[in-house]
Ligand binder design. Structure first.
Ligand code: ADP
Length: 451
């Protein structure tokens, strides 16, 4: 086992990884920016290295600085968490050439699956259903129009290097397609330094269902069941749960089999997530992408399987064989996660940096809180607004919803606005309870509550 690893991330996920390392007896080095220098979670690490200014470009994305920190602290491996450098193939290559183990898939896998049009091609070659769409990157307006005429409106324009719901636009006719094509390309260029986009049929009544996979360096790959992330705003997840309340055992089996197939096609190693859309109207499922890293919502899988995903990531990166057999993976009970963001839902979800004057997290049976926040914590304005993940685990979905309602009610965060009140409205909504929702549920709910 490694004796010391570096965590190239911040906030709740840095703390999550520190905790796993402590339990494994591994020392931790955590990097931070100037804006995070005094954050209390850093005290849980053995060593902290400030790698740059508050802006991520100079710190959490600064590869030379992070590698220098790794070299002076003599670490053996780097855990990138999620976001930042977690899916950057070049970073994995630099780690490798510096004799540092990157805790994630190999660089060639990051490259293949990081480009969504390439990932689509791999899925097609392996006979995994994909949403009808363009065969490759869109080169001209005429090509975009031809694809749209072939598959029919509405269509969705998506960034090849996309992530976090950015660079996506839905077009309902020729005029909007031509206009939105350049909008999406500009947005993709700004966000990912890659303007290439592709087109898919826009499925209007759909759920988001994804499968957690885990592979070792010896060709063993297992899946840990699915997560349902249908509750989204602007294509970004708000609530995630496992198991999906809306798929049949047969569909589950087919989707999980498809996930394993794509993982095998690229000799996938470490943790990953294969994402699908399930069309509510037809029951058909379609591959959309693979996220080659730990996901924000990984705890719901941990709760229903009893498997610590971060420890598994570290073990397989260290060269251990996967100690799990597919038949032995048992998914039991129901887990739901609410993402708590420092945002004001009443005011266009405006970010809420500033001082947290009161912080009282919930507790009790079946409640897990993954957060680095505390009373007096100053939320910096430079990063993602996710400040906490509230996860519950119960025997049934009804009990899990009741537990989440109770826990959200207990959660007191003062000084800033958060998404807690909105989460409470969403998870207690009768339609969420029925399980009969699609990815537009939140937007429809918000526009109705404005009237
Ligand atoms: P990102 O990488 O930016 O997260 P994804 O491809 O994973 O993008 O899609 C994010 C979300 O966007 C999906 O969960 C779904 O809500 C929506 N979406 C993506 N493709 C389609 C599609 N073809 N039809 C309908 N919704 C889609």
């Amino acid at each position: 086992m490694f004796s010391r690893i570096l965590i190239a991330n911040r906030g709740e996920i840095a703390l999550r990884i520190i905790r796993a390392c402590r339990e494994l007896g591994i020392e931790t080095v955590v990097i931070c920016s100037k804006a995070d220098e005094n954050a209390l979670y850093l005290k849980q690490a053995d060593i902290t290295v400030c790698v740059g200014p508050p802006e991520s470009e100079g710190s959490y994305l600064n590869i030379p600085s992070i590698i220098s920190a790794a070299e002076i602290t003599d670490i053996e491996a780097i855990h990138p968490g999620y976001g930042f450098l977690s899916e950057v193939a070049h970073f994995a290559e630099v780690c490798e050439s510096s004799n540092i183990v990157f805790i994630g898939p190999r660089a060639d896998v990051l490259k293949k699956l990081g480009n969504k049009t390439e990932a689509r091609k791999i899925a097609i070659a392996n006979k995994i259903p994909v949403v009808p769409g363009s065969e490759s990157v869109i080169k001209s307006q005429q090509q975009a129009l031809d694809v749209a005429h072939k598959i029919g409106y509405p269509v969705i324009i998506k960034a090849s290097s996309g992530g976090g719901g950015r660079g996506m636009r839905v077009a309902h006719n020729d005029i909007s397609l031509v206009n939105l094509l350049s909008v999406a390309q500009r947005e993709a260029e700004a966000a990912f330094k890659d303007a290439s986009v592709y087109i898919e049929k826009y499925i209007e009544n759909t759920r988001h269902v994804e499968v957690q996979i885990l592979g070792d360096n010896y060709g063993n790959i297992v899946h840990l069941g699915e997560r349902d992330c249908t509750l989204q705003r602007r294509h970004q997840k708000l609530v995630e749960e496992s198991p999906s309340p809306a798929i049949t055992p047969r569909l589950r089996e087919e989707i999980c089999k498809a996930a394993i197939k794509i993982a095998r096609a690229v000799n996938y190693t470490n943790a990953g997530t294969v994402e699908f859309l399930v069309d509510n109207n037809t029951g058909n499922f379609y591959f959309i992408e693979v996220n080659t890293r730990l996901q924000v919502e990984h705890p719901v899988t941990e709760m229903v399987t009893g498997i610590d995903l971060v420890k598994q990531q570290i073990r397989v990166a260290c060269g251990e064989r996967l100690n799990l057999k597919q038949k032995k993976v048992r998914n039991q009970g129901v887990s739901i996660e609410c993402r708590i963001n420092a945002e004001d839902p009443q005011n266009g979800f405006r970010p809420q940096p500033g001082k947290v004057t009161i912080y009282n997290p919930p507790g009790g049976q079946g409640v897990r809180v993954d957060s680095h926040v505390h009373t007096g914590y100053e939320i910096p304005p430079f990063y993602d607004s996710l400040i906490s993940k509230l996860i519950v685990y119960q025997k049934t979905r009804e009990e899990a919803i009741a537990c989440m309602k109770r826990a959200l009610g207990e959660y007191t965060i003062g000084g800033i606005k958060t998404t807690i009140p909105l989460q409470l409205e969403l998870i207690t909504h009768s339609q969420f309870a029925s399980g009969n929702i699609n990815t537009n549920f939140v937007e429809n709910y918000l526009s109705r509550s404005k009237d």
